[in-house]
Design a protein around this ligand. Sequence first.
Ligand SMILES: [Zn+2]
Length: 321
Amino acid sequence: MKSVFFPILFLIVTLSLPAESKDVAKKKKEPVSSSSNYFVKKDEKNFSLVLEARRFGRGEAVFFRLTPKNKKWINESFKAFWMGKEIFLTKQGDSFISFFGISPDTAPGPMTLEIQSKILFVKRGTKQYQIILEPTKFQVIKKQSIVVDNKFVVKELPKETLDFIKECKEAKEAAFGKISGLQFSDQFRNPLESIYITSKFYVRRDYNNKIGRPHGGVDFRGKIGTPIFAIQDGTVVLARKMYYEGNFTILDHGNKIFSFYMHQDEIGVKVGDKVKKGQEIGKVGTTGMSTGPHLHLGAKIADTLIDPLSLIALSEITEPK
Ligand SMILES: [Zn+2]
């Protein structure tokens, strides 16, 4: 039960506004939602702000909704920055919504969200909020030695293999470099019908007695041939065989939000296809650098690797009635 350890999460207004006081983020209590996520809700004079995250911790996705009190203001210019980097704002009804990621490598301490608007903040044109990062310890598996085919660990690879690896990397970078408008308007879903997680996000594993890099996604158990579903509406930006990832698909969901699916037995889509959430896009396999049949699901927001389960957990995406 995660409710036992209630996180210390403060939202502090950093401007010198004397009336503001510290707010503690509260778990949503409304019975309509079964979500155990954390919410930051600010009701300001000119607007309301909602932030939702499974936890405000490293490797987590955050959902943002800003609603100006005057409906006409939706057509004014708004900008928002997370840790100094501009985030994409998309109009949804009378609000602006956005998604951003807390990098798994974020240092402890306060994280800054800045909103820029001449209409909301007439004097200064900007306002900053600070959110204290909740501590997260990613698992390190030291004793388990995974036997991987030696072709993935030997240092000197033949030139044609190195060329193929380089070409794969470039194709991946080009796919993740795509920018499109937001392609969805409701919650994400799981990639398989039956969910059993065999390896969590950012676990460090031991490959042939060498500590490997952090695990960049989540592994789901699945037999070869198990259907894989798109976790959200999107566009296929990569669908091909790769050296490490095996049969690999990347979906672009817009605003630099991507989901990706590794080690597939078969790919069921091609580049340029528009897919719907829940549509079958491939089958579970064990191609590429894989120790047995499973699906590795990854997710990125604006080049920040996040736990895909934190994206799937977001419950507030749908436009409020
Ligand atoms: Zn994996």
